[in-house]
Design a protein around this ligand. Structure first.
Ligand code: ADP
Length: 153
């Protein structure tokens, strides 16, 4: 079984994340969207809310699972028997950052990272921009899937 882990904070799920998941889904038998728990990072949405956004959006997609993890992503991959890490690239800064992490992960475990370039129309979207728009009462609805607004706003 070809299983990939798509790790991230997903605070909250955005159309940018969905872009990567939707376009890579045919490559894998299963994608585990894995919410990394980082106790030193304060999130806007609780773990429960973040999980619910993802599971609600992909309720009819049996290949998508949602899990949480602590510690190294590669250790989580081993635990769930995933051979691939999935990541999205928006810009050169993402590339530089992701390159070192992917090379380290491969050195540690031989797990490969598969990158998808975002489609141009979603390349500016990030969870942090969405949070900024929400905090300032802006119209965030064009940046996130419907479930993010329906349940919580
Ligand atoms: P992290 O804190 O690990 O970056 P995020 O939830 O912000 O967590 O992102 C998870 C993954 O989704 C990363 O690979 C990131 O590059 C990707 N991603 C986020 N927004 C977009 C976007 N607009 N287009 C493509 N990939 C994206």
């Amino acid at each position: 079984m070809k299983r990939a882990v798509f790790p991230g904070s997903f605070d909250p799920l955005t159309l940018g994340h969905c872009d990567i998941i939707d376009r890579s889904i045919n490559l894998f038998d299963e994608i585990i969207v894995a919410i990394g728990i980082n106790s030193s990072k304060k999130s806007m949405f609780s773990l429960k809310e973040r999980k619910k956004f993802i599971s609600t959006h992909y309720i009819n997609e049996s290949k998508i699972k949602v899990m949480e993890y602590e510690g190294l992503t590669v250790d989580f991959c081993k635990k769930v028997n995933a051979d691939f890490i999935l990541r999205g690239l928006r810009n050169p800064a993402d590339f530089e950052f992701e390159k070192a992490i992917a090379q380290t992960n491969h050195k540690l475990t031989e797990i490969d990272t598969v990158f998808f370039l975002t489609t141009a129309k979603n390349s500016y979207i990030s969870s942090s921009i969405v949070r900024e728009v929400i905090v300032n009462n802006g119209d965030y609805t064009k940046l996130v899937p419907a479930c993010v607004r329906k349940d919580y706003f």
